[in-house]
Design a protein around this ligand. Structure first.
Ligand SMILES: [Zn+2]
Ligand SMILES: [Zn+2]
Length: 444
């Protein structure tokens, strides 16, 4: 009887902690089984560079190739034409200039006012129509016939509260803020795509919608964009994220980290709580790895429950559980995220690629950068609010490689040493443009 009464007033909550040792993992998303595609921008740009040097030593070719090609049925020549547009020296200089300006002036989630202004200035110069503001700083651009089909490509604009540690000419001018996730490059590539698509407007068999979205890092930029109508009429959506290849796995052990976390969690109630104020913290499941007993898993998922009789204790527990798990994970060079299922609106669902859209990106990428520069990457941890779009329309999320050891472009996102190889910018612009233009022809 007494127990029942007590139960009526006690708060019960369930928690899930995900410990992962993939070094880029933050946030609450577990990627699904579907693979993301990834293509090696920098490798390819070097291949092109060599080709270019060879041909330019022979004869100077006009910088703008004739665009009289009929791309109603897409051929490799159409891809080449787009890539050549993107790789014109003056275009590359322009893209680098944009990226550097954005990099120097990083703005946090929902404060991307100057970034948004810079984008709109460029759109104005191109005489493109757009809707603004959406979700405070967001922009929705339409290029093409204005009629169906509609295909969208999205870039995120926000920077991170990180002090840049890279000393270079275009270092962040704002103390404590940095584009450490490469969103400066994402924005630049999408502006680059706008320019290519504008110049090929007569080829478009429908409408391309370009979305410049605020607040990817801080959570609900995508949701607010959607609430403002970003996906109106849109039947498919794509986005790129830069990636440093080979940095997802580090030889550390999440099983050990999780075990330490479980033991430390017991200390919260036994050592911190007032013995007269009953509290419970129980880890009730521990999952990681598969059937292969020879392999250390990348990720361990702990599940459990915690209870307290008062709100104060409840929220203290909640905070301590998170602290203990996160700190214990970091002792073992792992990262952990804790999900209390209470903030449903900020939990990111997994980003799952639609099979047809994945196939589309694969075709476009191989055409642009060649079979050997296209890879399929394993599912990875890491929050990405693109998943909100992918819940509504078929979507594909892909990575573009930015690794270049000689430039020091070897650090993962969210590192104060994060650097990108700017040679990736024209490749990204071409990829966006080709994905969109070709979608309209082949799926419209
Ligand atoms: Zn990020
Ligand atoms: Zn990012």
């Amino acid at each position: 009887m007494n127990n029942q009464k007590l139960c009526l007033i006690c708060s019960i909550s369930i928690l899930i902690a995900i410990l992962t040792c993939s070094s880029s993992a933050v946030g609450t998303t577990i990627s699904s089984d579907d693979d993301f595609s990834y293509f090696e921008g920098t490798c390819f740009s070097k291949a092109i560079e060599t080709q270019k040097n060879q041909s330019s030593s022979r004869r100077r070719s006009p910088s703008v190739p004739p665009s009289s090609l009929d791309c109603t049925i897409w051929t490799k020549a159409c891809s080449d034409e787009i890539l050549n547009l993107a790789k014109r020296p003056e275009n590359i200089e322009w893209l680098k200039g944009l990226r550097r300006r954005i990099h120097e002036n990083p703005e946090l989630a929902f404060e991307e006012f100057e970034t948004s202004r810079l984008i709109r200035d460029e759109l104005d110069k191109m005489e493109l129509n757009y809707r603004f503001p959406m979700a405070t700083t967001g922009i929705r651009v339409m290029i093409g016939t204005g009629g169906p089909p509609f295909v969208a490509v999205r870039a995120d604009m926000d920077a991170l509260p990180i002090q840049e540690a890279v000393e270079w000419e275009h270092k962040s001018k704002v103390a404590g803020k940095m584009h450490a996730c490469g969103h400066d490059a994402h924005v630049t590539m999408l502006i680059g795509a706008a320019k290519i698509l504008k110049s090929r407007q007569h080829h478009l068999k429908g409408t391309v919608v370009l979305l410049f979205q605020p607040a990817e890092e801080a959570g609900n930029g995508a949701k607010q964009m959607m609430a403002a109508g970003a996906l109106e009429d849109v039947e498919a959506i794509f986005a790129v994220h830069r990636v440093v290849p080979g940095t997802h796995t580090v030889p550390v052990d999440p099983v050990l980290a999780a075990s330490a976390a479980v033991i430390s969690l017991q200390g919260i109630v036994s050592r911190e709580a007032n013995p007269l104020d009953s509290q419970v913290v129980s880890v009730t499941s521990f999952n990681g790895g598969g059937d292969n007993l020879n392999m250390i898993p990348n990720t361990v998922v702990l599940g459990g429950t915690f209870r307290a009789f008062s709100n104060t204790s409840f929220y203290q527990l909640l905070q301590r559980i998170e602290e203990v798990i996160v700190e214990q994970a970091s002792v073992f060079k792992c990262s952990a995220t804790v999900d209390f299922f209470e903030k449903d609106s900020t939990i990111y669902p997994p980003t799952v690629n639609d099979e047809r859209m994945y196939e589309h990106v694969r075709k476009v990428a191989i055409d642009l950068v060649g079979q050997t520069n296209f890879r399929v990457v394993p599912p990875m941890m890491g929050a990405e609010d693109f998943s909100f779009y992918s819940q509504v329309v078929p979507a594909a999320f892909f990575y573009i490689g930015i690794m270049n050891e000689t430039l020091g472009s070897i650090h993962t996102g969210h590192s104060p040493y994060f650097m990108i190889d700017e040679d990736v910018l024209p490749i990204g612009a071409a990829a966006h443009a080709a994905i969109a233009e070709r979608y309209l022809i082949e799926y419209g």
